[in-house]
Design a protein around this ligand. Structure first.
Ligand SMILES: Nc1ncnc2c1ncn2[C@@H]1O[C@H](COP(=O)(O)OP(=O)(O)OP(=O)(O)O)[C@@H](O)[C@H]1O
Length: 156
């Protein structure tokens, strides 16, 4: 059996069937930008810090300037997906990361990274996402390996 290093396809659309572990979402977009708002920490709650951002729906967040900052205006921003403070890391993975992480199994080169100010929750989120992605990838490899063994053994 020849094992070939998978190359990056010209487009994901051409190479991503519906049954692909990467799922259908990866077919639609090459870059997906999601936002996760973390809850206030105990320290922030004790300090009576106010939440500056509000999730309006699954795609939009609104900046609410503090009353003392009279020059700042409310502003809204739209993203592919917004995860609110009550959202579990599991949900972020299932709805925002899994498709991209598993598309690697089809030979699609993909990057997932977190960007944000200090203490915004990048490490917290990415640790959880990495654990889940590695788990899914290993499960997939195990399943494929067992299937391959069956395919080889039966003809022999
Ligand atoms: N979604 C969340 N739910 C509960 N706690 C969270 C969440 N996200 C982050 N935290 C907590 O907030 C704190 C800061 O998070 P974290 O260290 O991940 O931030 P960071 O963006 O990686 O910071 P830095 O840039 O300084 O490394 C940590 O104590 C973490 O446990």
């Amino acid at each position: 059996m020849t094992v070939r290093t998978p190359g990056t396809p010209a487009t994901k659309i051409d190479r991503t069937p519906v049954s692909t572990p990467g799922g259908s979402k990866a077919k639609e977009e090459k870059i997906v930008v999601t936002v996760r708002l973390r809850p206030l920490s105990k320290r922030e709650q004790l300090a009576k810090d106010q939440v500056a951002w509000e999730c309006v729906d699954d795609h939009m967040i609104v900046y609410k300037p503090p009353p003392q900052d009279r020059s700042a205006q409310p502003a809204s921003f739209t993203f592919d997906k917004v995860f609110g403070p009550a959202c579990l890391t599991e949900t972020v993975y299932e709805e925002g990361v899994k498709n991209v992480a598993l598309s690697a199994l089809m030979g699609i080169n993909a990057t997932i990274f977190a960007y944000g100010q200090t203490s915004s929750g990048k490490t917290y989120t990415m640790r959880g996402e990495t654990d889940k992605a590695v788990n899914d990838i290993y499960n997939h490899i195990m399943n494929v390996s067992y299937n391959s063994i069956n395919m080889i053994v039966i003809p022999a």
